[in-house]
Design a protein around this ligand. Structure first.
Ligand SMILES: Nc1ncnc2c1ncn2[C@@H]1O[C@H](COP(=O)(O)OP(=O)(O)OP(=O)(O)O)[C@@H](O)[C@H]1O
Length: 640
């Protein structure tokens, strides 16, 4: 049964213990078989003993085995007795006879040798040698042996049962062993897997260890760097602190100096403006324009400027019956510029007023005169020519220069410009973007002014005494260079036409407004001033101009607005309770630049020609009247 079981299981993988058992069994069998002449029962017995030994190794409870006991039985009996293939349990120690003793047997003292003469074992005793007593004894002995045999058979049966039990136990143990083996295999596989896993973890760990070491080294290096940097930082921090405290003390010093300088600046402003006040709030200057190259053959009027440049004489001849009478009229002004005076000389006289605008006053400088008398030249001049630059670009230059100086003293300034023209009593923006619509509108001037009548409105701020043209472009300008292109653009947009008196005559009043807003945070001060630079359209004798149609209307509007200006200035001079600023668009726009607390400079431009004497006299008379006007004590429009 065991052999079959092993054969059955021979194909499957066997556990090492199982292999050990199998080997032991084979060895036993082979050793038994090689001993040569052992009987089948002996082989069976040996085989069982071998199994028993294996089982003993496999922890089967140890029981005494009966093996050699069979040899104690008489040889003859052995030949007849069936010998169980199973091991026989031991009977007693007395029955144990050595293998050697089994060779010779004694019967009642007579030695009976069971060997033939050749020394071969026969197993039989010759009956001739036996007597009756001996026979009887032998019979009783046989009976005894039979009895013993029965007992042995009994014991053999018991042994067989016992063996069966052992086999069953062995089989159970074997199953258990197989199960354990399977479990062990699984566990071994698991262990193998775990070992592989552990190996990979080991490798990973090794790599991580290396990385950690590298990181530790890097960390140490960085730590050292940090220490060095910290040291350096501490040193620099200390230096910065030193510099900071030094700078603070310097700043304190500078602030004290600033305040000192600012108070000096304030004193200068006060004195400057007091001086201007003494000169009068309306300052009137006269400028005689020279002849151009094309006008050499034109008869000149007799104009003579005084040496002190404060008056101008104009002489006209009138013929009576018997003689020629010379009428000379003298007009006094704050300054008179003859035809040789250049732009620079004119500007040097008006620049103090520009300074006043920075100081926070509303300043208005306008050129008045008949058509072709040099107003546009005086105010705009030639932007591209340094010498011929007019009052407007020069004022811009000086304003930005002054602003720079004041910013060094701690002031912050913002400058905004508007440039509009008043044409036929409507305002037109000269700086606005020339989009498609505007371009189209500019082509059709009638339409432009019809539309702009409602678009551009004059707005006053009664607190700051500032005037702004609503909807007209109000540009913030921070560099004088930015202004050049704006001025060119505005000049090109101005309404011009050729008249009898001027080939390029301005048909509108050009009004350039500079808003200057300053803050002095250190001293908590501020200033808000404005500078209006106006190139008026020229007054014109309608009969002389020969204008008709649209140009006639333009001339009428120009003359009317200039007349309204005269009226307003007259009313200011007369200290009238009501001043008709609203009568015309021009006076409306100049309300805060002419009256009240403003500083005004009127440049009376006159033509040098004899045929313009009448208009020249009119202009000079108006200038003189305006000079007598007192517009009140000028005051700053913003806080100072
Ligand atoms: N001081 C001057 N030096 C040289 N040329 C001058 C001077 N003043 C005026 N002119 C020239 O005289 C001409 C007429 O001057 P301008 O156009 O400035 O007159 P206006 O008073 O503006 O005329 P309008 O009122 O018709 O516009 C121009 O050709 C101008 O260049």
């Amino acid at each position: 049964m065991l052999t079959r079981q092993y054969k059955t299981n021979s194909k499957r993988k066997r556990a090492p213990e199982e292999i050990l058992v199998s080997r032991n069994v084979k060895q036993k069998f082979s050793s038994s078989s090689t001993t040569g002449n052992a009987s089948a029962s002996e082989r069976s017995l040996t085989k069982n003993v071998a199994f028993k030994n294996v089982l003993t190794k496999a922890s089967v409870p140890r029981r005494p085995l009966y093996s050699n006991k069979v040899a104690t039985i008489n040889n003859s009996a052995l030949t007849t007795l069936p010998i169980s293939s199973k091991p026989v349990p031991p009977r007693s120690s007395k029955s144990t006879v050595s293998q050697k003793n089994a060779a010779t047997m004694s019967y009642s003292g007579t030695k009976i040798v069971p060997y033939d003469a050749g020394g071969n074992f026969t197993g039989k005793v010759s009956p001739a040698n036996l007597n009756k007593a001996e026979i009887s004894r032998l019979r009783s002995e046989i009976a005894q042996h039979k009895k013993k045999l029965a007992e042995i058979q009994q014991e053999a049966a018991e042994c067989e049962e016992y063996n069966k039990a052992i086999e069953a136990e062995f089989s159970g143990l074997h199953d258990e062993l197989v199960k354990v083996k399977l479990d062990s295999d699984i566990m071994l596989a698991d262990i193998e897997q775990s070992k592989k896993q552990a190996d990979s973890y080991d490798k990973e760990l090794k790599v991580l260890d290396e990385q950690l070491n590298a990181m530790n080294e890097e960390n140490n290096r960085l730590h050292k760097n940090v220490q060095v940097l910290n040291k350096d930082l501490r040193y620099k921090y200390e230096k910065i602190e030193e510099k900071k405290s030094l700078q603070e003390s310097r700043l304190k010093q500078i602030l004290e100096n600033y305040n000192g300088l600012n108070s000096e600046e304030n004193t200068r402003k006060e004195l400057h403006n007091q001086l201007l006040d003494l000169k009068g709030n309306i300052r009137v200057m006269c400028r005689v324009r020279p002849c151009t190259d094309k006008e050499n053959d034109v008869v000149l009027a007799k104009l003579k400027c005084s040496d002190d440049k404060r008056s101008i004489e104009i002489s006209t001849e009138r013929k009576s019956l018997w003689r020629t009478v010379v009428d000379t009229s003298t007009f006094k002004f704050d300054c008179v510029f003859d035809s040789n005076a250049d732009q620079d000389q004119v500007f040097s006289e008006i620049s103090p007023l520009v300074q006043s605008a920075i100081d926070g006053y509303n300043v208005c400088i306008f050129a008045y005169g008949q058509t072709g008398s040099g107003k546009t030249y005086t105010m705009e001049g030639d932007v591209n020519n340094l010498e011929k630059k007019g009052m407007i670009p020069r004022a811009i230059d000086i304003i930005f220069d002054k602003i720079k100086e004041l910013e060094k003293l701690g002031w912050n300034f913002e400058a905004y410009v508007q440039y509009v023209e008043i044409y036929n009593e409507t305002i037109q923006d000269l700086l606005g973007d020339e989009d498609k619509k505007n371009k189209k509108l500019y082509k059709d001037r009638k339409k432009t002014y019809k539309e702009s009548k409602d678009l551009y409105k004059i707005m006053y701020n009664d607190n700051t005494r500032m005037t702004i043209v609503e909807n007209a472009d109000r540009r913030k300008v921070s560099r004088k260079e930015d202004m050049e292109s704006l001025l060119r653009k505005a000049s090109n947009r101005r309404s011009k036409a050729s008249t009898n008196s001027n080939s390029v005559s301005s048909r509108s009043h050009g009004v350039f407004i500079f808003h200057l807003e300053g803050e002095y945070p250190i001293g908590n001060e501020s200033s808000r001033g404005s500078l209006s630079l106006i190139d008026l359209a020229g007054s014109e004798n309608i009969d002389k101009s020969g204008s008709t149609g649209n140009q006639l209307k333009e001339t009428q509007n120009i003359n009317k607005s200039l007349s309204d200006l005269k009226t307003v200035i007259q009313q200011i001079k007369d200290k009238a309770s009501y001043v008709n600023y609203r009568d015309s668009m021009l006076t409306n726009l100049l309300k805060y630049s002419l009256g009240g607390t403003a500083k005004v400079c009127m440049l009376v431009n006159v033509s040098p020609f004899a045929d313009s004497v009448s208009e020249t006299k009119n202009s000079l008379t108006f200038g003189q009247t305006a000079r007598k006007a007192h517009v009140g004590t000028a005051s700053r429009s913003g806080r100072f």
